[in-house]
Design a protein around this ligand. Structure first.
Ligand SMILES: Cc1cc2nc3c(=O)[nH]c(=O)nc-3n(C[C@H](O)[C@H](O)[C@H](O)COP(=O)(O)OP(=O)(O)OC[C@H]3O[C@@H](n4cnc5c(N)ncnc54)[C@H](O)[C@@H]3O)c2cc1C
Length: 452
């Protein structure tokens, strides 16, 4: 029987392995660290439960929600108790109006009312309504597109803070098509993006859901299904792949080797490049160019009553103009009240690290926490001292889809056609949200089975 090796036991690799095992394929998962889940990591400390990776996913993209239902977690999908963001520009703190996907103002009037755009900035944003024709031609940067269509205030006060908070991204270099496919599609089908958004009825909060008890329950359920039907090896680093008479030989860092007829590489693109350097130098060259930003998730626990967030908000987004270390923050004890400590402490989960101006890797945990505490004081007036803090770093943790990203991924995939049976999947390629990763893992599994 053919054997498929899945390299990487993050959510992508686990979703791929689950599909393969379910289809009766002989599958082995090779994961370098001691635990499964990759970026999906829930930490529990005394009576505190915090996500230090993803805390939720988009429900309207089906792959993650349907996998949860398949794993009998459907009734444990919970919506945040609050949803809504404040934006801090350094000069002001204002509420981001609902229904602004990626910060694109479906209503310049509401953006002006919120205080995030000046009268001049709102009028400039309205020029989108008179745009003569939809976008055509090659990929362009999100920053170039937004600045041209809506002006610099929309870019700095609306789009940039959302990108910093969700992707550690920099609008000037991110690909419109790869980083914001919904906006790209609207821009290519509608003369005016505002009109396109209104036609889509984009109002209302996006339907995010989390998993009651922790996101790692999804990993646990996947791992449990694999225990019955697949081999899972943690603490196993794959160094490279070569062709062999039987298919492929995977060389492990330990010096051992393993034969497989199909391989799914569900690791970051830079790792896939290193693993493929001999088997497919062409694919490796493309993958090496995909950049990642280092980010940190810092949980700060404050005494009860230290600060009360405005009604209907769950977090803060910080514009680059504020020149802060803080990129975003969610007040998790309000957003996910069931995870809050019983003593009523306020739990703030901060994000630091931005592509292009990245101090996260070079400063100590203590200094990082100190800066974030100071930024929270300046942004929202939270002046208390935290009782405890916990820093989790994700070195090269978030892929940055630069202009032309999808062409680069397609070129890597074309290069791999010379060695049928090897597939790429995961956050580095066609979407980094959990539903995108799960979908890519499942598609890679289906494709490998077809090829075998
Ligand atoms: C702080 C943070 C917050 C996020 N928040 C959200 C959110 O709220 N919602 C959302 O949808 N998404 C969110 N994301 C994105 C999402 O979590 C990730 O894109 C997704 O989990 C990546 O899954 P993956 O399996 O592709 O990669 P990874 O999780 O990186 O898994 C790759 C695995 O490969 C292993 N590996 C690496 N090298 C080797 C090797 N040589 N041999 C064997 N194994 C190897 C790694 O140890 C790892 O386990 C967040 C990401 C971060 C960092």
């Amino acid at each position: 029987m053919s054997r498929v090796a899945v390299v990487g036991g993050g959510i992508t690799g686990l979703a791929a392995a689950q599909r393969l095992a379910k289809g009766g394929v002989d599958v082995v998962v090779l994961e370098s660290s001691k635990r499964l889940g990759g970026k999906v990591l829930t930490e529990r400390d005394e009576d505190l439960t915090v996500e230090v990776g993803p805390d939720s996913f988009l429900d309207r993209e089906p792959a993650a929600a349907s996998l949860c239902r398949e794993l009998r977690l459907g009734s444990d999908l919970v919506s945040p108790a609050r949803f809504g963001a404040l934006v801090w520009t350094g000069a002001k703190l204002a509420r981001l109006p609902a229904g602004f996907p990626h910060g694109i103002p479906s209503s310049p009037y509401r953006a002006w009312r919120s205080g995030l755009l000046s009268g001049r900035g709102a009028l400039r944003a309205c020029t989108d309504l008179f745009n003569p024709r939809p976008v055509s031609g090659p990929d362009l940067s999100l920053g170039t597109f937004v600045a041209h269509r809506f002006g610099s205030e929309v870019l700095e006060n609306l789009v940039d803070p959302l990108l910093a908070g969700t992707r550690a991204g920099e609008a000037e270099s991110l690909s419109l098509a790869a980083a914001t496919p919904v906006i790209d599609s609207l821009a290519r089908h509608h003369r005016s993006l505002i009109a396109g958004l209104r036609a889509q009825d984009a109002a209302g909060p996006p339907p995010f859901v989390g998993v009651r008890g922790g996101m790692d329950r999804l990993v646990e359920r996947l791992a449990a299904t694999l225990l019955e039907r697949a081999e899972v090896r943690t603490g196993t680093v794959v160094a490279r792949i070569q062709s062999s008479t039987n298919g492929f030989e995977l060389r492990l860092e330990s010096g051992a080797t393993l034969e497989a007829q199909g391989v799914i590489l569900a690791v970051p693109a830079f790792t896939a490049a290193a693993i493929l350097r001999e088997l497919s130098p062409g694919a490796a060259a493309q993958l090496r160019t995909i950049q990642y930003a280092s980010v940190a998730s810092v949980t700060l626990v404050y005494p009860q009553g230290s600060w009360t967030p405005p009604e209907g908000t769950s977090g803060l987004l910080v514009s680059r103009a504020a020149q802060a270390t803080l990129a975003a923050c969610s007040w998790t004890s309000y957003k996910w009240p069931e995870t809050a400590p019983a003593d009523g402490s306020l739990v703030m989960r901060c994000f630091a690290g931005r592509s292009g101006c990245d101090p996260v890797s070079t400063i100590t945990d203590l200094e990082l926490a100190r800066r974030l505490v100071a930024d929270l004081g300046a942004a929202i007036g939270l002046d208390a001292s935290p009782l405890r803090s916990k820093v989790t770093r994700w070195e090269r943790g978030l892929p940055q889809y630069a202009v032309g990203h999808l062409e680069r991924v397609a070129a890597a995939e074309r290069a791999l056609e010379a060695t049928p049976g090897v597939r790429l999947a995961g956050a580095g390629y066609r979407g980094s949200g959990l539903p995108d990763c799960i979908r890519q893992g499942q598609e890679a599994a289906a494709r490998v089975v077809e090829l075998l």
